[in-house]
Design a protein around this ligand. Structure first.
Ligand SMILES: [Zn+2]
Length: 300
């Protein structure tokens, strides 16, 4: 029995070392393919409508600058908006994407649809959110927290899709956003507020209300087995197809953890285990929200 346990532990250590080694070897490639995915994604959204053409565009992605332009339209960098439901979502679920986008000089914005007032801690949590964003490098002017009685932090309340989508749209237009990132239809943790964000974004895309050249990405929910494999899950994420993948290393993971430690009111014992084991602290995979599937969308 003891020898079996030792064998399993040894296997995990070997796997961990192996994956870490591969990751460091291919890190640059992974980061670049992710960026290229984003450029082509936004280009593909821009290609179809209202005569906007990017066929003559050139873009550079040397890690310092995002720019492509043609005679009719100029694209001056990536302006990404993370749409979350509660303060700490940005850390617990989106850290790899937030860090990666900031690394490639994207202008990163955050729209949080509630102050997380379920335990009457809304005021405290708003301050914690600003501190967390500061650790990431998101300026306070780019952080918006919505406080609306119709959007309570409550897994038993279904947020109104039309209300949420109108708030997202207003923000997208005001900040000239060209990439919106939120949860997928399972909301990672299954929280109803997370799922409402996906439905709202999908509604905007399906009804053609999303401004020209603005793409939507949904954070992929993985099985509970994959969710708590930490970095050992990485080969699975690499093998499966996704529209955008963000993987961060040890240094960035430390930064993500520091950001999460700003959410002091939420640091219960099980959150520490989450920080240690969750693959969302090191890997994010996104699927593009495509127009085709939205034709079948039911809004309720
Ligand atoms: Zn949440």
């Amino acid at each position: 029995m003891v020898s079996l346990l030792l064998a399993v532990v040894l296997l995990f250590i070997v796997l961990y070392v192996w994956i870490t080694r591969i990751y460091h070897q291919h890190r640059q490639t992974v980061a670049k393919s992710g960026s290229a995915h984003l450029v082509s994604l936004i280009k593909s959204v821009s290609r179809s409508d209202r005569g906007f053409s990017v066929s003559r565009n050139k873009y550079t992605n040397d890690g310092t600058e995002w720019q492509f332009s043609d005679e009719s339209q100029t694209f001056n960098g990536l302006r990404a908006l993370f749409v979350t439901a509660h303060p700490d979502d940005e850390c617990m679920f989106f850290s790899p994407a937030v860090i990666r986008l900031l690394e490639i000089n994207a202008s990163v914005h955050l729209l949080c649809l509630s102050s997380g007032n379920y335990y009457s801690q809304g005021e405290v949590r708003k301050k914690e959110l600003l501190k967390s964003c500061e650790v990431f490098g998101i300026p306070p002017a780019h952080v918006t927290v919505i406080e609306n009685r119709e959007l309570p932090d409550d897994p038993n309340v279904q947020w109104d899709i039309h209300l949420v989508s109108s708030l997202i749209l207003k923000h997208v237009k005001a900040a000239a956003i060209n990439l919106v990132l939120t949860f997928d239809g399972s909301g990672v943790s299954g929280h109803a507020n997370h799922i409402a964000l996906y439905r709202s974004l999908r509604y905007l895309v399906s009804t053609g209300k999303m401004p020209e050249g603005c793409a939507g990405l949904a954070l992929e929910t993985v099985s509970i087995f994959r969710k708590y494999l930490s970095v050992l899950e990485l080969p699975v994420s690499w093998l499966r197809s996704s529209d955008f993948i963000c993987v961060i290393g040890r240094e960035e993971y430390t930064q993500a953890k520091r950001a999460m430690f700003c959410h002091q009111s939420q640091l219960l014992w099980f959150r520490h285990i989450y920080l240690l084991l969750s693959r969302y602290m090191s890997t994010n995979t996104f699927q593009r929200i495509a127009k085709d599937e939205e034709k079948r969308l039911k809004v309720y």
